[in-house]
Design a protein around this ligand. Structure first.
Ligand SMILES: [Zn+2]
Length: 265
């Protein structure tokens, strides 16, 4: 099918108008007119991911993080970004990114994260600039209360995270949980204000942890990668279903070479 048909499927799930103003979602490489038989889904278009996509015969890569953000001043093939572009263009691979629009969308990254850690009754955490019912982050409840230690184990299991960082801000049992996938430390105050017992996110710094303690909210930093990667499989299933509904052949595969950059030594 045409690349445009797949883009239409993606934008029904995560309309581009939902994206934050600074973001750069959409078709970043290739043409809406090109034929696509196989798509490859990942968080980041790295060289290893692009190489895996090529080895698998994919025609299109769908990524969460945009590989092009700002103006390109050169395409130097002795540098990483230029080499990556050369590789993609020389294999006729289209690249599409669904970033903050997919974070915000119903059924997107944050809803997938909430489901993976067992939350119910979800509401939005913070209204976006777009307003009109669009929210970044989610707040919901566990079906039954748990200790913080039990919930930490549930998060590790649900996200396949070998390790998480925990900040103890209160000793209440955990029932109400707020979360934001990726780097969400800016919403610690919002989560506390909304009465969450725990706030789950990634990319937390020392002074963010201090703020959580001062606002008496527990914090779980499960990492940027682990809080976002579950959306890859969900997006793959979504595209398979959409293609099946159109009765059009489309193969969908997912990144098996990427992992969190951080190791625990
Ligand atoms: Zn991210």
């Amino acid at each position: 099918m045409k690349c445009q048909v797949i883009v239409d499927m993606l934008e029904r799930l995560a309309p581009k108008r939902l994206a934050e103003e600074w973001d750069n979602p959409g078709l970043l490489v290739g043409s809406f007119q090109q034929e696509v038989k196989k798509v490859y889904i990942c968080l980041d278009v790295s060289l290893p991911a692009a190489q895996e996509a090529i080895a698998c015969g994919a025609d299109m890569i769908i990524a969460h993080h945009p590989m092009i953000f700002k103006g390109i001043r050169h395409v130097r093939t002795d540098l990483y970004d230029g080499r990556l572009l050369q590789l993609l263009l020389s294999h006729d691979i289209a690249v599409y990114a669904a970033h903050t629009n997919l974070d915000i969308a119903t059924g997107g990254v944050n809803d997938v994260l909430a489901a993976a850690v067992g939350l119910e009754g979800l509401e939005g955490l913070a209204a976006t600039d777009e307003g009109a019912g669009a929210f970044i982050g989610r707040i919901g409840c566990l079906p039954e209360e748990k200790s913080l230690d039990e919930f930490v184990q549930q998060v590790k299991k649900g996200l396949h995270a070998p390790c998480v960082r925990v900040v103890r801000g209160n000793d209440r049992p955990v029932r109400k949980v707020a979360l934001c996938s990726g780097a969400g430390a800016e919403f610690i105050g919002r989560a506390a204000f909304k009465g969450a017992d725990v706030y789950l996110t990634g990319d937390v710094k020392y002074h963010d942890a201090q703020k959580a303690v001062q606002q008496e909210i527990n914090l779980i930093d499960a990492g940027h990668f682990a809080t976002e990667f579950p959306v890859v499989a969900v997006l793959a299933d979504y595209l398979r279903q959409e293609a099946a509904a159109l009765k059009k052949p489309l193969e969908v595969i997912t990144d098996t070479v990427s992992a969190d950059f951080f190791e625990y030594a």
